[in-house]
Design a binder for this molecule. Sequence first.
Ligand SMILES: C[S@@+](CC[C@H](N)C(=O)[O-])C[C@H]1O[C@@H](n2cnc3c(N)ncnc32)[C@H](O)[C@@H]1O
Length: 357
Amino acid sequence: METTAQVHYTSAADMSAVDDDSVHLVVTSPPYPMIEMWDAMFTAQDAAIGEALDAADGATAFRLMHEQMRPVWNECFRVLTNGGILCLNIGDATRNIGGQFKLYPNHAHVVSLLTEIGFDQLPGILWRKPTNSPSKFLGSGALGLNAYVTLEHEHVLIFRKGSNRTVSGEAREARYESAYFWEERNRWFSDVWMDLRGTRQTTGNGHADLRERSAAFPLELPLRLIEMYSIYGDTVLDPFVGTGTTSVAAAMTARHSIGYEIEPAFHPLLAEQMTRVPHLSRERNRTRLKQHRDFVRQRKRDGKAFKHRNAFYEMEVMMAQEKGIVFYDTTDVTPDGQQFLVQHAPHVEQKELFTGL
Ligand SMILES: C[S@@+](CC[C@H](N)C(=O)[O-])C[C@H]1O[C@@H](n2cnc3c(N)ncnc32)[C@H](O)[C@@H]1O
C-alpha cells in the first residue's frame, strides 16, 4: 500500500488545491486566540487585532481572532466528504487586560462558529493535561474571594459534516482491517483523556526553539483520533499543521495526509520527523499487540472466556469486529518534491515471543 503526505506552506484560508468532498477527516489545533504567544501572528494578519489589544479591548480582539480563522473552517467544510469528521483541539485562555482578569472561552466560541457553518457537534473529549507548575493558582492564594480555578484541560471538539459515513467495496474491507481492540475502544472513546503524557515527539537533535514556537500536540493525540475516525487509505487534513505531527501520525497509520502551514520554517522539522516514521510505526504496532496480549492473559487469569479469534494474529479478541484487524508498518518514506511517498506493509508478529498463551 502507498500513501502520500503533502504540506502546503500557504494559508489554509484558501485550500483550492484540495477538491470538494475529498477529505475524510480533519485533525487540527489552531493558534489559540488570546494566548499571548499568538498575538503577533494574528496582528500580522489583521492590524485591527493589535489595535484592540493596545486599547485593552479584549472582547474585540477575541472576536476578531476567531473571525480570522472563519475562512479556514469554511474550507474544511467544503473539502470534507459527507459523514467526514473534524476533530479540533483547543484550549481556553485566561488573561489580564486593562487590569481585568478573565476567561476567553475559545472552545465555546469555535463551537458557535462551526455550528453556524453547518457542522453538527458530536460528544467531545476533555484532555486533562499533566501540570508541572508548583504554584497552581492565580489571584488571592489561600484567601477566599478573588481566587481562580487553574485551567488544566483542553478540549478535543468533534464535529461531523452531514450524515453517517457509509463505505462499500475495498473500503469495507479496509474498515474491518482498521478496527481497534475492545480495550482500546474503552480508553479512547472515554470523554476524559488523562493518559496522553510522555508521548511528545522527541527528535533528539536540535529544533528545540522551533518546537517551542509551534505548540505541537503530543503524537498520541492525532494517532488516536485518526484511528477512531478514519480507515486505511483515507485522507486526513490538518489546516494548521505546524511541525507536522498530524502528517507523521497519518503516515504511521497508512492514511494520506494534507497539511497547510503559513510558517515554512517548520519544514525541516517535518522532514526529520518523517524519516522516523518507519521506526515509530513498527514500535507502536508492536506495543499495541503486546498490550492486547497482556489484556488477554489477564482476562484468562481472571477466569473469563473469549468468543472470537483474530485471524491474522491468531489471538483471542472480545468482539467479532476485531477478527479482521491487521496493523500496517510503514516500510519506507521518500521525499518527492512537495510531498512524501509512504509505503506500508502488514505488521507481522514474531510469534515465538508469545508462546504459552
Ligand atoms: C497550535 S499550532 C499547531 C501545532 C501542530 N498541531 C503541531 O503539532 O506542530 C498552529 C499553527 O497554525 C499556523 N497557522 C496560523 N494561521 C494559519 C493559516 N491561516 N493557515 C495555515 N497555518 C496557519 C501557525 O503558524 C502554527 O504553526
